[in-house]
Design a protein around this ligand. Structure first.
Ligand SMILES: [Zn+2]
Ligand SMILES: [Zn+2]
Length: 339
């Protein structure tokens, strides 16, 4: 089969490799679409080094089950599935508690184990979540981003009438915006420097602020009579925007560090943390339940995944897709590789 194999930083080659064999408890999935996220770019550039190389990259995927291993009872050939890209052991305290995203024995497809820039992938049956015919394979790749948003909302608990600010309107930021709106928050302020992303945020029900034109913290403070928001969701992962999140939240409010934050923050306002009694919450990855919630809201028509896809590539051009996400993030939301 054809697969994109990473042999070292930037050394990603599309080559012929053996098709994976089905093992007990596993299925083989014919990959239909894989979206690219920042984690793929980090692995590609050598910022994150996979424990073994060569490795087939790719992890945000949908596909069709084509082979079922011994002992698999709830999947059949022909099932359409989204893949939970997080590998977990099911036998540790974190897994027993359902927090499989924090499993210390786990890993990620396309990093610790072979991933989905490939025609076929073998995965444990519990990493497959069936998707209905109404969700296309391409749109279905965004169920992974949506699942991470659901994971984070399990911790911050947005209540009807809460005020929310979402900083950054990339694909995940837009899904943060939309889930805040359908959770009953009013208003949800969405800010970004890209007007075209704000146009989508507005369609998703947000009150939008162009951070390239006005001071977004000041604008939100004015719109809330000086109070600030109950929940600030940072969806970029930079020191500057994390600082803004801590500024724009009201005393006693919650700040969600959703974007992957740097290892150390410049200008961290420890005084605001004390003075405002802030609650700062982190969230990583997703658990199987988050896919089920995501599929439900997409099926009900409350979340539109289709408008998030901005670019499509084929497997032979996967490097171009990675370069696009790396070099021109302002131009793209979901970049999908069709396989
Ligand atoms: Zn990802
Ligand atoms: Zn575990």
């Amino acid at each position: 089969m054809k697969a994109a194999v990473l042999r070292g930083p930037y050394d990603l080659r599309v080559e012929e490799v053996p098709r994976p064999k089905v093992l007990p408890g596993h299925v083989v999935v014919k990959v239909k679409a894989t979206a690219i996220c920042g984690t793929d770019v980090g692995i590609y550039k050598g910022k994150v080094v996979p424990p073994r190389m060569p490795v087939i990259q790719g992890h945000e995927s949908t596909g069709e089950v084509v082979e079922v291993g011994p002992g698999v009872t709830d999947l059949r050939v022909g099932d359409r599935v989204v893949l939970n890209s997080i590998i977990f052991c099911r036998r540790c305290p974190a897994c027993y508690a359902g927090r499989v995203n924090l499993c210390p024995n786990g890993g990620l497809m396309g990093r610790e184990v072979d991933g989905t820039f490939a025609e076929y992938v073998a995965v444990p049956d519990y990493n497959c979540i069936k998707i209905p015919d109404s969700i296309s394979y391409e749109d279905g790749t965004s169920l992974i981003a949506l699942a991470t948003v659901f994971r984070s909302h399990d911790k911050i608990r947005i209540n009807p009438g809460d005020t929310v600010a979402v900083i950054g309107q990339g694909a995940a930021g837009l899904l943060q915006t939309r889930l805040s709106v359908i959770s009953g928050a009013e208003p949800v302020f969405a800010w970004s420097r890209s007007q075209w992303k704000l146009d989508i945020a507005e369609r998703f029900g947000a009150r939008v602020i162009n951070a390239g034109q006005v001071d977004p913290v000041k604008a939100v403070k004015e719109a809330t009579d000086g109070a600030g928001v109950d929940v600030a969701i940072e969806s970029i992962g930079s020191s500057a925007t994390l600082h803004q999140a801590m500024e724009v939240v009201r005393p006693g409010g919650t700040v969600l560090f959703f974007g992957i934050a740097p290892a150390s923050l410049d200008d961290f306002n420890g005084y605001a943390m004390y003075y405002k009694e802030l609650k700062i919450v982190g969230s990583r990855g997703m658990a199987p339940v988050d896919f089920h919630m995501g599929i439900k809201v997409v099926q009900s028509g409350k979340v539109d995944l289709h408008s998030l896809i901005t670019h499509r590539f084929d497997l032979d051009h996967v490097k171009d897709a990675l370069e696009l996400v790396d070099k021109r993030p302002g131009d793209a939301l979901r970049v999908v590789v069709r396989i």
